[in-house]
Design a protein around this ligand. Structure first.
Ligand code: AKG
Length: 244
């Protein structure tokens, strides 16, 4: 028993080390099977309802034309109150940004048919010499490929501060099955691509930053008193509900 437990832990540690190496070298890594089939079924229905009732005043961010969009997801039901703590996403965010990193926002984006091509961009302000200050996690709720708007990335571009190339040189498309999560050093050049097929491509974004920096959505302001009262002590900390 002890031996099999030990080998389970060493395998988990190897997986984590591989993710960290990939983040260091390429600026992103892909974790498969983070969401179960039941969770995907639930999320597809939940996100469609949330897209349909999106309110920029209540949910803090503007809707982006050409997409289904949702923000303030932590306020949309118990499932969303813990999902950003899931392994290996939160573990990798802590490795990149420090043990006390915080959630900046939890949003969702879906490019509509023949729309959705974003400029390649870096999230957040430039990284200081001390290391990354933003990390993102892109949760595929539907299978994602070049036909329905896969996220594109330029591997290694988190190590430069060069502007995006005009000709998309070096771009790779993250063609991944539903349930996988792309975790990025969010200083990498990346963006959603166009959705020529119109096939569903819902992605949830769990965006993290270093403690002390502003959140994209100030959780303390946008979460209802009921949600703020019931989330776990760890979630309170990661949502920065008690920060000055
Ligand atoms: O959903 C994606 O593929 C990327 C979205 C993104 O980079 C953004 O909205 O800033």
């Amino acid at each position: 028993m002890r031996q099999s437990l030990n080998s389970k832990y060493s395998t988990a540690n190897e997986v984590l080390q591989n993710h960290l190496q990939s983040l260091e070298k390429h600026g992103f890594t892909i974790a498969p099977n983070v969401l179960t089939k039941d969770e995907l079924r639930f999320l597809r229905g939940a996100l469609d309802n949330i897209y349909a009732t999106f309110d920029p005043e209540r949910d803090g961010l503007r809707k982006v034309e050409g997409y289904h969009f949702a923000s303030n997801l932590v306020n949309k039901g118990p499932f969303f109150e813990t999902i950003f703590l899931r392994s290996p996403v939160y573990d990798l965010a802590r490795h990149l940004l420090g043990e006390d990193c915080i959630l900046s926002s939890l949003n969702s984006l879906e490019p509509l048919k023949n729309q959705g091509s974003q400029q390649l961009h870096r999230d957040g302000p430039p990284a200081p010499d001390s290391g990354p200050i933003v990390a993102n996690s892109l949760w595929a709720i539907d299978d994602m490929n070049k036909e329905n708007g896969a996220t594109r990335l330029i591997p290694g571009s988190h190590k430069t501060d060069e502007p995006p190339p005009d000709n998309e040189a070096g771009v790779v498309h993250a063609e991944i099955p539903a349930g996988s999560v792309i975790i990025t050093n969010a200083h990498i050049l990346h963006g959603a691509s166009a959705n020529p097929s119109g096939r569903r491509r819902r992605v949830m974004h769990g965006y993290f930053t270093r403690r002390g920096l502003p959140q994209q959505l100030e959780q303390r302001k946008y979460l209802s008193p009921e949600v703020q009262a019931r989330v776990s002590p760890l979630a309170r900390k990661v949502l920065a509900l008690e920060d000055d």
